[in-house]
Design a protein around this ligand. Sequence first.
Ligand code: C2O
Ligand code: CU
Length: 456
Amino acid sequence: MPLTRRRFLAASTALAALPRAALATGQTRITAAPTKQQLAPGGYAATDVWAFNGKVPGEVLRYRQGDTLDVRLINGLQTQDTTIHWHGLRLPNAMDGVPDLTQAPVAPGKVFDYRFTLNDAGTFWYHPHANSLEQISRGLAGVLVVEEPQAPEVDDDRVLVLDDWRMADDAVIHPSFGAWHDMSHAGRLGNYITVNATPEHRQTVHPGARLRLRLVNTATARIFDLRFRGLAAWVVAHDAMPLDRPQRVERLALAPAQRTDLIVDITAEAGDEAALASVERDGTFALASFPVSGAAQGSRAAPAALPPNEMPAIDVNDARQVPLVMEGGAMRGLPDGGSYEGKQMDMRALAEAGQFWAFNGQVGMAETPMLEAFEGETIRVPITNNTAFPHAMHLHGMHFREVLKGGFGPWRDTILVAPNETREVVFNAHNPGDWMFHCHMPSHQMSGMMNWIRVS
Ligand code: C2O
Ligand code: CU
């Protein structure tokens, strides 16, 4: 029996709300280890997963802005090294969790202590940066929430982790990691989508209720195309960073690793159902449904902006331009070959080494960074996608903004670049260290689409 999900608009029963995690105090121990969890609907067996502290997704770590994160990672995976990367955090380089670049990989049975100040409020996530495709695909991902001292007034604050699993029909995670077809095409797309590891999030709400929804895409390849029904939605933050003004939206794209904080007002009436839905090839499906019942909440003014995080100055006129051209993959290939592990190789030799993509002719990590910036320098990077696939480009340690005609886009740490498109980003290299700059579709990352920059 194939795994299927409930279609958008279909009726249903049952509801369950996830409990909110308490604020973390003292050292938190996080063990990455294999376990079993019921992911597929009842009737299927539990799935063998890899999880942080026995749960997929890992528990939500909640802190207040200005707190110190203090986490001991324990590697309980029997067969692989691991690390934790704190995605989107502007942290000291040594805490960034990139094996061989910022720390030694953590061997099975070993531990590593992460300790740093949480200067920014917002929605972040954590995941391994070792053998990322397999480790994230098997379930190693969790959300980190840093609360604003003055959080907006809402009736509920929810984390919704969107994920995409490639399952065999017996609800076993398909072991096709590193399949060359995925690497050279759109990545490891799955066949089973979950929200907080369930087929659908369901939560009863009052008419007029105001919710904060923290959407996090932990999938390794799927770009979600989201729609709303029975609710008014405003984006208040992307990738943890507040917008100057909340933006009313009717739809929303969420690429791998991206987060969007929404404030939504339920407009559906008692007896109806509001929903967040995902448009997919074979239909539109509810990811989260909000049956409406009870007495109406009075209507409210549109939501205000979140308190801003402290962001560095961007001086575009004084910026150095460092173009990045993405090439490779199925359909287009690497006609001029590329430099891989210090050797110039042709496309065929690269493919035999499982490498399909290049940034500026460089395939994968190089001895020297693609950019050396001095601390505080402003850098513009026009990212040109000459491949036939979209890519979600992520910079570690610093946020960037897109350069638009007559202004800037929102602060982000991950930007989706469509085929044949150039998107120019600009950032202030304010954080010293060695930082990865890579596609956040690990199938692509591991087959050429990763490089690094040095800020000193
Ligand atoms: Cu989410 Cu290189 O990371
Ligand atoms: Cu990619």
